[in-house]
Write a protein that binds this ligand. Structure first.
Ligand code: FE2
Length: 280
């Protein structure tokens, strides 16, 4: 298969970062915020995160095409049964195709009426699901879509194929400061209609104590990303991101910049950070 985004590559390197190691790194990355000298309260975003559609590809058990379950508890739904590293599937020997990205988030609750301090939400369950590096979801609803589609700029056909080494969805639990971390790959754009391509995006469902389920999507920017020019074009024209009910400030809040890790720690991919302020 040709590269789906022009620069997709196979990460055929051994998994030097174990699951335990990833979780440790997740905790360590708090340093980016905690050592900045800025209090968590001062980092409260200026607006709440916009709600965005769950979309048609949430991985309910009865609709996934290739069930992935890393945990042993079969009473759990699949979406809760795999961890926060989507770049390989436990028990498989290979690694997922695509540009590795780390998504570091912080889940916050709105300040109370008498306070301007955002409250980090510890213990929140963060579910994330996405397309793979060729724009395909692990979902029966996506299987009937055309197996190839034209690149929106070049017209070159892109084959949408299942990646058996990609985890497609994962779960993270926020720590005492509301932080969570996913290791995944940059998803490919894909056609939503004949004249609308979804830009690369990640889907999130957040469940925090005292809050209703919060569902949103995040997008990508950053010069280090492959095909950033195309990504920016697609971001600008996306009907979901540019919903007129979402303010321009809210739109920018969910376009996350990815760059080489400024800490120099997670050097096998690019890193983006995002605060998610759940409306009360
Ligand atoms: Fe999607």
């Amino acid at each position: 298969m040709d590269s789906t985004q022009g620069t997709t590559h196979n990460n055929n390197q051994p998994n030097t970062m174990t699951r335990r190691r990833l979780l440790q790194v997740g905790a360590g990355t708090l340093g980016l915020f905690a050592t900045s000298g800025i209090s968590l309260a001062a980092l409260c975003p200026s607006t709440t995160t916009p709600r965005q559609t769950r979309g048609p590809f949430f991985p309910y058990d009865d609709v996934v095409s290739f069930p992935i379950r890393e945990g042993e508890d079969t009473s759990l739904p699949l979406i809760l049964s795999s961890d926060n590293d989507l770049t390989f599937v436990k028990g498989n020997s290979g690694t997922a195709q695509g540009q590795i990205v780390y998504f570091r988030g912080q889940v916050l609750g709105s300040p109370s009426a008498d306070s301007k301090v955002c409250q980090p939400l510890p213990g929140a369950t963060v579910l994330m699901w996405q397309a793979n590096s060729s724009g395909r979801y692990n979902h029966k609803g996506d299987d009937s879509a055309p197996h190839e589609f034209p690149h929106p700029k070049t017209g070159k056909m892109i084959e949408r194929v299942h990646d058996e080494h990609f985890q497609y969805w994962g779960k993270a639990i926020t720590d005492e400061h509301g932080f969570f971390l996913f290791k995944t790959i940059l998803p490919c754009f894909y056609p939503a209609t004949d004249d609308w391509y979804r830009p690369p995006h990640l889907h999130f469902s957040l469940r925090a104590k005292g809050h209703q389920e919060f569902v949103t999507q995040t997008y990508f920017k950053g010069d280090a990303l492959p095909n950033i020019g195309l990504i920016q074009d697609l971001n600008a024209k996306d009907w979901i991101l540019r919903d007129p009910n979402i303010s321009p400030v809210q739109q920018e809040q969910v376009i996350v910049e990815f760059q080489p890790d400024p800490m120099g720690t997670l050097n096998d991919g690019l890193i983006g950070t995002c605060q998610l302020l759940i409306p009360s």
